[in-house]
Design a protein around this ligand. Structure first.
Ligand SMILES: *[C@@H]1O[C@H](CO)[C@@H](O)[C@H](O)[C@H]1NC(C)=O
Ligand SMILES: *[C@@H]1O[C@H](CO)[C@@H](O)[C@H](O)[C@H]1NC(C)=O
Ligand SMILES: *[C@@H]1O[C@H](CO)[C@@H](O)[C@H](O)[C@H]1NC(C)=O
Ligand SMILES: *[C@@H]1O[C@H](CO)[C@@H](O)[C@H](O)[C@H]1NC(C)=O
Length: 370
């Protein structure tokens, strides 16, 4: 399902009021929501909706996808860079408001949005040229899908990563079923179920980013990448490595989950979500108690779907994961209780295996194809 911009809905409302006012003041000036520019030998994608933390919507996807294909074929283009404006966010998620509204009404937007978004996620994962995501700020849900499948992901101290979907009755899509189970041990399952937020260097330590560079060095890094007269991944890698080597911030600080990794591996190794919750409760440590409390607030249906999604995704290609997630996205759209803090069903025990399995079943000719 889509990628929530958590805790910002009231901010979004006041911002949209502000935008309306500004719209009246300068009604002739419309900023494009995404910039697609050729800079040197680089194709540069810039998400340009700073007021909504660069939330991704369908019209942005429809501009990015064909341009990415063109640059991939273009002999004058060596690399692709993607970033966000505003200094706060790379991309805080999908613009789910329009989509969930549409889902309720049975509008085709809910089909088109996920289909086209997942096709773009796959295009990024299979891009033949070095694709470099500068995730200098909030990177959640849909923003993760625009970065994590690419060859290079550069985090800074401002990066805030999360897949928070289980908190709003959804599941960690955009290929979450592919990259999460490939993180070490049970880390991905932990991040997926709890929505745990990783910051700064920890985003790289977890394996979500490939590099860490201090935020103030990003403009120089970008300039150097753009001036690079080579499309080889080795040469891009060398530039990124050298900037990383000059970035010492927090280098001594251990990974935030360092102390807990063996507990996570042990407690999240169970054949069911109920089992994980039992493990956490039986463990009794502060950390486990906290995680049990967090899980008890999440949608029980989401937790079970997510568990199965990651379990299946561990041995599937990115494409096959996206086909599975598209089925799930459409199943979530017909459920009515999303964004409702009182879940229905309200307990894990009430969520039957059969109802979970149903969400994974084929859509026939409506299945996602590439
Ligand atoms: C996407 O966002 C832009 C800028 O806010 C808006 O003009 C456009 O209508 C939106 N498109 C969709 C499909 O939501
Ligand atoms: C890219 O090139 C391939 C083969 O060279 C071609 O089939 C495809 O249509 C091209 N795509 C675009 C968007 O130009
Ligand atoms: C990589 O960069 C070096 C110079 O630093 C250059 O000699 C070499 O040709 C480049 N590699 C490729 C594949 O372009
Ligand atoms: C960066 O540091 C690593 C480890 O200290 C070293 O192996 C590597 O050569 C350095 N790379 C660059 C480009 O400076």
């Amino acid at each position: 399902c889509p990628h929530p911009v958590l805790n910002v809905s009231s901010r979004l409302r006041s911002l949209s009021r502000l935008q309306r006012i500004q719209g009246h003041m300068m009604s002739s000036h419309v900023e494009p929501e995404v910039l697609l520019e050729k800079v040197g030998r680089a194709g540069v994608i810039t998400m340009n909706r700073p007021k909504v933390l660069n939330a991704l919507n369908l019209s942005m996807i429809r501009q990015i996808s064909p341009q990415l294909k063109k640059w991939e074929n273009d002999t004058e283009t060596d690399i692709i860079i993607i970033k966000g404006v505003g200094g706060k966010a790379f991309c805080a998620g999908g613009d789910i408001r329009a989509v969930t509204e549409a889902g309720k009404l049975g509008d085709s937007l809910a089909q088109d949005f996920f289909r086209e978004e997942y096709i773009l996620n796959n295009a990024i994962g299979t891009c033949r040229k070095p694709y470099i995501a500068l995730i200098d700020g909030i990177t959640m849900g849909g923003g993760v899908g625009l970065s994590v499948h690419g060859r290079f992901r550069v985090a800074t101290e401002k990066t805030l990563f999360a897949m928070p979907e289980t908190a709003i009755g959804l599941f960690p899509d955009v290929g979450g079923g592919h990259f999460l189970p490939r993180l070490r041990g049970k880390l991905g399952l932990f991040l997926a179920l709890t929505g745990f937020r990783l910051k700064g260097r920890d985003v790289q330590r977890a394996g979500v980013a490939t590099h860490f560079v201090e935020s103030k060095k990003i403009p120089d890094l970008e300039r150097e990448l753009v001036e690079l007269k080579s499309s080889s991944a080795e040469n891009v890698s060398r530039v990124l490595d050298s900037y990383q080597n000059q970035s010492t911030l927090d280098s001594e600080k251990p990974f935030v989950l360092h102390q807990h990794m063996s507990d996570i591996d042990r407690l999240f190794s169970s054949s069911s979500v109920e089992g994980i919750l039992q493990n956490l409760k039986a463990d009794g440590s502060e950390f486990s108690k906290k995680q049990a409390e967090i899980l008890s607030k999440m949608s029980p249906t989401s937790l079970k779907i997510t568990y199965k999604q990651l379990q299946a995704g561990a041995s599937l290609s990115l494409q096959d994961v996206l086909v599975m997630e598209y089925r799930l996205s459409q199943a979530c759209m017909v459920q009515t209780n999303r964004l409702n803090p009182k879940w229905n069903p309200s307990t894990l025990e009430e969520v039957s295996d059969q109802s979970v399995d149903q969400c994974f079943s084929s859509l026939g000719e409506k299945d996602l194809t590439f």
